[in-house]
Design a protein around this ligand. Structure first.
Ligand SMILES: Cc1cc2nc3c(=O)[nH]c(=O)nc-3n(C[C@H](O)[C@H](O)[C@H](O)COP(=O)(O)OP(=O)(O)OC[C@H]3O[C@@H](n4cnc5c(N)ncnc54)[C@H](O)[C@@H]3O)c2cc1C
Length: 427
């Protein structure tokens, strides 16, 4: 019998396993997919690596950066676009990124007004919950309605928020973005920077390898877990294909929106069940487009567009370029329908010819059912605390329930550090 079974091999599960193994515990990690990494996935597309899931990191993300140092990895800081585009109704305007940011800032400053008091210690989101509750009750759409913005301010802020929230603004809780701002030193500039400028040399796969090789633990791929049963001083785990395993403790590090597929006996607390039923709201797309046209690095935004935040990743020698787009609803864009992608590209960045496109649909993927955690209204007031305590020898982990950078690789590592230490102390 192992000391610990970890269910889920994303950054949270792998960090949990490493931490526990480092303390001398025997660990078995069960992962449903044929690979580790979960919502980070670096794979080849047209001969170049792309990150279908999480990609960007920042030195303001303490757990991630500590692991980058530990693994001896380096980072690359991407260039800013040379032309910014934005839409007000049907009219396309363009200028420098700085000019557009000046417009964004006018709305942003009002959007985040009060967040310093509501999140005075961003890695402890409940520290001032009495003040945070006012924001926690609002969707982003409701928060926007409280602000008096001009048409242009409203259009650019809405487009920015749709890309950050990766969800329809009437579903996403306002705190999901306010938190990001607080964690980024209460700065718009850093919020944009933490979300999209710094990548790891070798990608997320290199970082994951660094964590996973930090201590020996056994791992099974293609091992989806169906049930977790607490029995006295051990935990029994059944996989969907009938394997029955037991350990002194179990950490369940699967996405919030995938937790409902695992049967817990006895059932998890009612508070946890309510949080799982609520889930998180992200349902967006991250699409890669290869296009031919002017060899200029663009950043274009348009509210309500299927990929309304579109950035040049790089420009090739032949003038073609790779673009990365983010949109609030993956169901609104099929990357395989190049005619539709061309039509939509024309509506945000006119004059470019689509050569190819790709994306992973994290929304219909039953092992994620969403992208980065974007909590719904009421999460912090009613649900966040309930997800933290262990129930007997079973504990949940994952970026979606992290204290700090929930919804980021950093939150996954933070949560894994806590869960691994908990399990090692218990076993
Ligand atoms: C499109 C996209 C872009 C993103 N961009 C960024 C970014 O730029 N920077 C950043 O920091 N973060 C980003 N994120 C978020 C980040 O990738 C995640 O928050 C983080 O990787 C989640 O880690 P995790 O271990 O908590 O969950 P996951 O990575 O989802 O790992 C959970 C694992 O559990 C497995 N699993 C599920 N059910 C079962 C089961 N029944 N049995 C066994 N295994 C199961 C899954 O297959 C998965 O491997 C992005 C995410 C997406 C999707």
């Amino acid at each position: 019998m192992n000391d610990l079974i970890v269910i889920g091999g994303g950054f949270a599960g792998v960090t949990t396993a490493r931490e526990s193994a480092l303390r001398g515990r025997s660990v078995l990690l069960l992962e449903a997919r044929d690979r580790l990494g979960g919502r980070t996935w670096r794979a080849d597309w047209n001969g170049s690596p792309v990150e279908y899931g999480g990609a960007w990191v920042h030195w303001h993300q303490p757990h991630t950066f500590s692991e980058i140092t530990r693994a001896g990895l380096d980072v690359v800081v991407g260039d800013s676009a040379s032309v910014a585009g934005w839409y007000v109704g049907e009219e396309r305007r363009s200028g420098s990124v700085e000019q557009r940011d000046a417009i964004v800032r006018r709305g942003w400053d009002r959007f985040v007004d009060g967040v310093r008091e509501a999140l005075p210690v961003p890695h402890d989101p409940l520290r001032a919950i009495d003040k945070l509750a006012r924001f926690d009750r609002l969707t982003i759409a409701e928060r926007l309605d409280e602000l008096k913005l001009s048409d242009e301010e409203g259009a650019v802020l809405t487009a920015e928020l749709e890309s950050l929230a990766h969800a329809p603004l009437q579903d996403a809780g306002a705190v999901s973005v306010l938190r990001w701002h607080a964690l980024s030193g209460y700065s718009l500039e850093l919020t944009q920077f933490t979300g999209g400028r710094v990548t790891i040399v070798g990608g997320t796969a290199a970082l994951l390898d660094g964590v996973a090789s930090g201590a020996p633990f056994e791992r099974w791929l293609n091992a989806p877990v169906a049930a977790v049963t607490r029995r006295g001083d051990r935990v029994e785990v059944a996989t969907r294909d009938g394997a029955e395993l037991s350990a002194r403790a179990a950490v369940v590090a699967v996405p919030l929106n995938a937790l409902g597929a695992i049967e817990f006996t006895p059932p998890l607390s009612e508070d946890k069940q309510r949080a799982i039923a609520l889930g998180q709201a992200s349902r967006g797309i991250k699409i890669f487009i290869r296009a031919r046209g002017e060899p200029t690095a663009h950043n274009s935004i348009r509210p309500g567009h299927p990929f309304g935040y579109l950035d040049t990743d790089w420009v090739n020698g032949d003038g073609s370029q790779q673009l990365i787009g983010f949109g609030a609803d993956a169901a609104r864009c099929d990357p395989d329908d190049l005619t539709a992608v061309q039509r939509e590209l024309e509506a945000i960045l006119p004059g470019y010819e689509v050569l190819d496109a790709t994306s992973h649909d994290w929304l219909t993927d039953e092992l994620s059912r969403g992208t980065w955690a974007i909590h719904r209204p009421g999460w912090y007031e009613h649900h966040h605390a309930a997800m933290q305590p262990a129930e007997g020898r079973v504990r949940l982990a994952g970026s979606d329930i992290a204290d700090g950078w929930a919804g980021f690789i950093d939150g996954a590592i933070e949560s894994g550090l806590r869960a691994g230490a908990w399990a090692a102390a218990l076993a």
